[in-house]
Design a protein around this ligand. Structure first.
Ligand code: MN
Length: 286
């Protein structure tokens, strides 16, 4: 017998810009991330209109330690490079799953040719916490092309893309350090889908566009609803058509120490992160 989860909280994302090229919304950030555990941050940049520029805009080099950044591009194109020598481009549908772990310095920009021509940009960046035992593991990259992501049509007609974890009988390509689910769901007008998810997971739905009914709540673009762990199914439906991001995961029951780009377990580890960064032990961008 399956039971529908009830909604615990609905939050409306607030205007947020990062660097000189990413304008949009923030749904939650590390300081207030406990209810969203194991997720630490959700930024939704766009849809925004990028004006043509010979100099790609974005975020100049900065460090991260202790977690993963997950970038999902829906429209437009991004380009990145980092202190481990990785660089790459992300186009519509592509996902970059970057495990900063022990530390990385990177820059995140509009892709050069996209910047030159201008256009619409729409992407999400998630920060995903790492268990304490993995926070100092070596950095790792998973560049996941859209062609590698399983896409399917659900019984109600919704287009479903699983990026990480297991949902609706599908398995996502991203490797994760703790059990979690990241999935996109696009519904046409009048469509409805019911999905099963382990009751032990924290589970939330963020509306990328349109308007949805999620279990017993009504949500619009930029709103996120968090559920109680009191059931194992969710139902998302829409009259207008909508796109949502489904996030779920086993909570990591460990203390959080947060400062800017570092998310560790203790204050001492945060101070060590600053010291390592200042003294060049997270590498450099050449
Ligand atoms: Mn970053």
């Amino acid at each position: 017998m399956s039971t529908q989860r009830t909604i615990s909280t609905i939050r409306t994302a607030t205007p947020n810009s990062v660097g000189d090229g990413f304008i949009g919304l923030n749904a939650f950030h590390p300081q207030g991330s406990r209810p969203f555990n194991p997720f630490l941050l959700l930024d939704h940049h766009g849809p925004m209109q990028v004006q043509p520029s010979e100099r790609p805009k974005g975020v100049d080099q900065h460090p991260h330690r202790g977690f993963e950044t997950v970038t999902i591009v829906y429209e437009g194109a991004l380009e990145h490079r980092d202190s481990a020598g990785n660089k790459g481009k992300l186009f519509s549908g592509d996902v970059q799953w970057m495990t900063a772990a022990s530390g990385i310095i990177h820059e995140e920009k509009h892709e050069r040719e996209f910047s030159r021509q201008g256009g619409r940009l729409d992407f999400v960046q998630l920060w995903v916490n790492l268990p304490a035992k993995d926070k100092m593991s070596p950095p790792r990259y998973q560049d996941i092309a859209s062609s590698q992501i399983t896409t399917s049509t659900l019984p109600g007609g919704g287009a479903f893309r699983i990026i990480a974890g297991d949902l609706a009988g599908l398995h996502g390509p991203a490797n994760t350090f703790s059990p979690l689910v990241v999935a996109d769901l696009a519904l046409g007008g009048g469509q409805s889908e019911t999905l099963s998810i382990p009751a032990s997971y924290n589970l939330m739905v963020y509306v990328l566009s349109g308007q949805v009914t999620f279990n017993d709540a009504s949500l619009t673009r930029g709103q996120i609803a968090l559920t109680n762990s009191d059931g194992d199914t969710i139902t998302v439906s829409t009259t207008t058509g909508a796109k949502v991001l489904i996030l779920a995961g086993e909570p990591i029951q460990e203390p959080l120490a947060v400062y800017g780009p570092f998310v560790m377990n203790t204050r001492e580890e945060i101070l060590a992160a600053f010291d390592d960064f200042k003294n060049g032990r997270m590498g450099s961008l050449t």
